[in-house]
Design a protein around this ligand. Structure first.
Ligand code: ZN
Length: 247
């Protein structure tokens, strides 16, 4: 079959347009769950980074508590040894206590230095924690808005699909069974596109609107005939000329 005459040419072209529109609606509807999933995943990742910042801050705060405890112990040690200083009689014990006190004081100094450094770290971690929390809040608001917009889009697409399918059924009912069967067979093997326009370039050459191959002179003649589809030699789609069919 290289050429196909039919009084249903116009109706078949309209059917293809409806099917193309329905396919686009169905693809858009099918893409929405993945978009929703990506939105949620991005938000969950952000939330994890929020808990990481919070955990880091808590770890620093618990370190600080530990240092405070050790500082109190060092101070208590100093006080205890100073009390003991007043009670010892011999010189050796006195000297030993002084050494102990010196040791405690040194430990206390070191702990105080660590505490200061830790306080700086806690300041930084708490600024980061606050910033991350605010960002998460912002992202949640925009995530929810986007999810609501997507749900709205899904409802609209579903309604348009239903309407499109009803219109499609009515259009298909007006076309002969043989032609319809041929159309569906080509559509099934050619990514949903069975009927395509022939395009004319500035040099007057025609090409297939489906596979873009240039038409041979005979095809150019065929496609210009009224109520006629020429079959593309390359992709086997049904070709028509807009100006012939609708002109
Ligand atoms: Zn083609």
């Amino acid at each position: 079959m290289e050429i196909l005459h039919t009084p249903d040419a116009k109706a078949l072209i309209e059917l293809q347009r409806k099917d193309t529109a329905i396919d686009a609606l169905a693809a858009a509807a099918a893409a929405i769950p993945a978009k929703l999933k990506a939105l949620e995943a991005a938000f969950e990742a952000k939330k994890r980074s929020m808990s990481e910042a919070r955990d880091a801050l808590m770890a620093l705060q618990s370190k600080k508590k530990d240092i405070e405890l050790r500082l109190a112990e060092a101070e208590e040690g100093i006080r205890k040894h100073q009390r003991e200083l007043n009670m010892v009689k011999d010189n050796a014990a006195f000297k030993a206590l002084l050494t102990e006190i010196e040791h405690d004081k040194q430990a206390k100094d070191e702990l105080e230095t660590s505490e200061l450094m830790l306080l700086e770290e806690i300041d930084k971690a708490s600024v980061l924690d606050k910033a991350v929390q605010e960002e998460v809040k912002k992202i949640e608001v925009s995530k929810n808005a986007e999810a609501a917009a997507l749900a709205d889009e899904a409802r609209k697409l579903a309604a348009a699909l239903e309407e499109g399918k009803a219109g499609r059924a009515a259009a298909a009912a007006a076309i002969g069974a043989d032609l319809l069967e041929k159309y569906e067979a080509i559509r099934g093997s050619r990514a949903g596109l069975a009927v395509v326009p022939a395009h004319e370039d500035s040099a007057g050459k025609f090409s297939c609107g489906g596979c873009n191959m240039t038409l041979k002179p005979q095809k150019m003649m065929d496609v210009k005939k009224p109520d006629t589809f020429a079959v593309c030699a390359d992709c086997r789609r049904l070709l028509y000329l807009e100006s012939t069919i609708f002109g």
